[in-house]
Design a protein around this ligand. Structure first.
Ligand code: ADP
Ligand code: ZN
Ligand code: ZN
Length: 741
């Protein structure tokens, strides 16, 4: 009996977003299963293209004589789990994308070019024997070999490439020495286990009562076959990570696997080390620095059960573990869990769906849970746990809120309040460390004319240019640059200049005011290089500086026991982003910033400077009162109909021709089925930035209490766009419950 395969073709085109049927040649029958990548003749010219098998059947969809044959199976690829294909299909429907876009998000695509692996040459002889051998080589005038042995005596591990290129030693010489047992050549392991086996169990802590009761409850459910989602609301340092590890250990003991999602910025050596100490070689770490090939290899190891725990950012969620037991999402409120690419999925939602279909549990953790998750926890959808004590028993910091309007009234024109100045001075004297936090990137300031008000703008985007320290004006959206102007291009006045209120200006001010202090700055400019961010944090942790200034990057990861003062320069900056999440984000940032103070033995102090001391996000963050913040915020969301009280769908439209875009968005909005009860339609509107890199943008917002109603509208608009020629020229994307303003 003939077998047919339904294949999704690897072409991003809405019109081809369906399966095509192919005949499976007899010799392939056993190998063609869902997930296999195949090469198939396509279209009139029978051009060979690639695609994925999503289903097999013995019933042809039409005249079997006309069904083409699969050409071959793409070698070197292992079928992805059919469950992951089903997950992709679900994501496609829920978030809106083509099937191929969804598949590519879920499946690790193996790049053709494998990253070249670094090789290392290692000295295998004990040092004294190597010295004797070196003398012998010198006597015999074997200069090349002598040079290499000498180099290895200086440094026991050398880069293979460096040895051949810089030391001019041929591979034959290396080979000879290898055969003599002097050295060995090894591929560098990307993630060497940094922990020796003897150190492994020493560091395990005894859980306190609060931690233990979380573990007990979760394990009890697990043993009874109950699979739930839990939210652990625990202040920073309350020992959530210990709880996660205990739950993972239980699940792994049953032969199941665990995925741990951590925002990339918090995926520091310190965190990773703790997991290594507990699970040794059973874990693998994924980060964006891995090449596609390396990522693929990691997924292979997961599939072959060589590892039990995968730790990584958002994309680690798609690790193809055959028997997943638990997904942990640490810092579950983080924006990075929402993808900015199509399909714009939220890792938390996808994790819950994947867990449901694979019989796994989900554990979410945060010191400042997302309003969305807390809402679900209070309604009983998630199990809720609270960890209220810091595991190491140090007190929460004292918080001062300083009104910047008052400062100005009392004659203080500095951007540092009197209180902050006094406390910085005090810490410098005591040789304790200070962190200053600005929730906005360095030198973000725009350049304007004080005479006529003209603002320097990007010629390609509707945004102002920012002044950078290298004396140029830069567009942060498209990268456009031009030299700083001396005269206003509008009126010719010389009074044109930058409004400088960034991290860099704070750094300059500090250096002037406290010349004796060592100052480090961390923002998008100083961390552009690979590892730049880790290096600055490490230097600060080593107490190479007294003060660290930074944008929100500094409030995550790393422990700094010597920091006893945290200053927030202008708490309001993140309140002006103009989207429904601005209060939530401000509360989270302020709480996290405050959490950096006093993690050592000395209690900490926090100064929050603000123009709106009465704003509830500021008041509740200062009081470290999440519950109170949540109550106020959920009231606002309910009244204004924002998530989680209702759902929001942004239909993002873009195109190079403004007029076409206007007409297309006009056509599209008339297609919205307004008769649907309770549907709110806003737009088509201009987004905050209506043009980026000469591409114009429009947005339509749809609001409804039910998510499913919005996916119906989405499906309807998708179908319409396929038939309407004008919309072919327009790019349309869907963003459900958007988080990136
Ligand atoms: P969180 O993940 O909630 O920020 P961690 O798990 O990182 O908290 O714990 C904070 C610190 O307290 C860590 O150094 C951890 O080793 C320590 N710790 C956690 N639980 C305990 C415990 N039960 N006993 C002693 N130390 C603990
Ligand atoms: Zn002017
Ligand atoms: Zn631009």
């Amino acid at each position: 009996m003939a077998v047919y395969a339904d294949v999704i073709v690897d072409i991003t085109n809405e019109k081809l977003d369906r399966t095509f049927q192919y005949q499976v040649p007899e010799e392939m029958e056993l190998k063609i299963v869902p997930g296999v990548e195949v090469e198939i003749p396509f279209g009139r010219g029978d051009r060979l293209i690639r695609g994925y098998v999503v289903e097999t059947t013995d019933r042809p969809a039409y005249d079997p004589a006309k069904i083409k044959k699969i050409k071959r199976i793409v070698p070197g690829r292992v079928p992805i789990e059919s469950r992951l294909i089903a997950l992709a299909a679900w994501m496609r429907e829920r978030y809106g994308s083509t099937m191929i876009q969804a598949l590519k998000t879920v499946i690790p695509i193996k790049k053709e070019v494998r990253a070249k692996q670094k090789r290392l040459i290692r000295l295998d002889l004990p040092v004294d024997r190597a010295r004797t051998y070196l003398e012998e080589l010198n006597r015999k005038h074997c200069t090349a070999r002598a040079r290499l042995v000498q180099a290895l005596l200086n440094e026991p591990e050398l880069d293979y490439e460096l040895v051949t290129k810089k030391l001019h030693i041929t591979p034959a010489v290396i080979k000879t020495l290898e055969e003599q047992g002097v050295l060995s050549v090894q591929a560098e392991q990307l993630y060497r286990n940094p922990v020796r086996p003897s150190d492994r169990q020493k560091t395990q802590v005894v859980l306190n009562d609060q931690q233990q009761s979380v573990v007990d409850q979760v394990v009890k459910d697990w043993e009874q076959g109950l699979r739930r989602t839990y939210l652990v609301h625990g202040v920073t340092g309350s020992g959530k990570t210990e709880v996660y590890m205990e739950i993972i250990a239980r699940v792994v003991a049953d032969g199941r696997q665990a995925i741990v999602l951590i925002p990339e910025i918090a995926l520091t050596f310190q965190t990773v080390l703790r997991f290594y100490q507990r699970f040794g070689d059973r874990i693998s770490i994924m980060n964006s620095r891995l090449s596609a090939g390396e990522r693929y290899d990691q997924f292979e190891r997961a599939k072959n059960k060589e590892i039990s725990v995968m730790i990584g950012p958002r994309s680690a969620l798609f690790t193809p573990f055959p028997n997943l037991g638990v997904v942990i999402i640490d810092e579950e409120h983080e924006l990075t869990y929402k993808s900015e690419n199509v399909p714009r999925y939220h890792a938390r939602e996808v994790a819950i769906h994947r867990a449901l279909t694979e019989g796994a549990m989900v554990v979410l953790g945060s010191a400042t849970p997302s309003v969305d998750s807390y809402y679900k926890a209070l309604r009983g959808e998630f199990g809720l746990f609270r960890l209220t004590d810091r595991a190491k028993k140090n007190a929460l910091p004292h918080v001062y809120v300083e009104d910047l309007r008052e400062e100005l009234r009392s004659g203080n024109r500095s951007i540092f309040s009197a209180r902050l100045q006094e406390l910085i001075q005090d810490r410098l004297q005591k040789k304790e460390q200070v962190m200053l936090f600005l929730n906005r990137r360095g030198y973000a300031g725009f350049v304007s004319c004080r005479s006529c008000g003209h603002v320097m703008k990007c010629p390609h985007c509707d945004v102002s240019l920012s002044m950078h320290n290298h004396g140029r004006l830069v567009c942060h959206y498209c990268g456009y640059e031009e030299p700083t102007v001396k005269k206003c291009p509008e009126c010719g006045s010389p009074y044109i200049g930058g409004f400088r209120a960034g991290t860099q200006q704070i750094e300059e001010l500090l250096k002037k005011q406290y010349p004796q202090a060592g100052v480090l700055r961390m923002d998008a400019d100083t961390t552009r290089n690979k590892d730049g961010h880790e290096k600055i944090l490490a230097a600060f942790a080593n107490r190479e500086a007294d003060i660290l200034i930074g944008t929100q990057m500094i409030v995550k990861g790393h422990d700094f026991p010597a920091v006893t003062l945290v200053g927030v320069i202008a708490a309001d900056l993140s309140l002006y982003t103009g989207d429904y999440l601005s209060s939530e984000r401000t509360f989270q940032l302020l709480t996290q910033a405050a959490g950096r103070a006093g993690r050592g033995d000395v209690p900490g102090e926090v100064v929050i400077q603000t123009y709106q001391p009465e704003h509830y996000a500021v008041v509740t963050a200062a009081a470290q009162n999440y519950e109170e913040f949540y109550q106020q915020e959920i009231l606002y969301r309910t009244i204004s109909g924002y998530p989680p009280a209702a759902h929001l769908l942004a239909v993002l439209l873009s195109g190079a021709d403004q007029e076409e875009l206007d007409r297309a968005s006009g056509l599209l909005i008339r297609q919205v089925p307004r008769e649907l009860e309770g549907l709110t339609v806003i737009g088509p509107a201009e987004p905050a930035v209506a043009r980026i890199n000469d591409i114009y943008k429009k947005v339509i917002y749809l609001k409804h209490k039910k998510y499913d109603t919005l996916t119906e509208v989405k499906d309807h608009l998708e179908r319409y766009a396929m038939e309407q020629p004008l919309l072919e020229k327009i790019n349309m994307q869907f963003d459900f419950n958007p988080m990136h303003a």
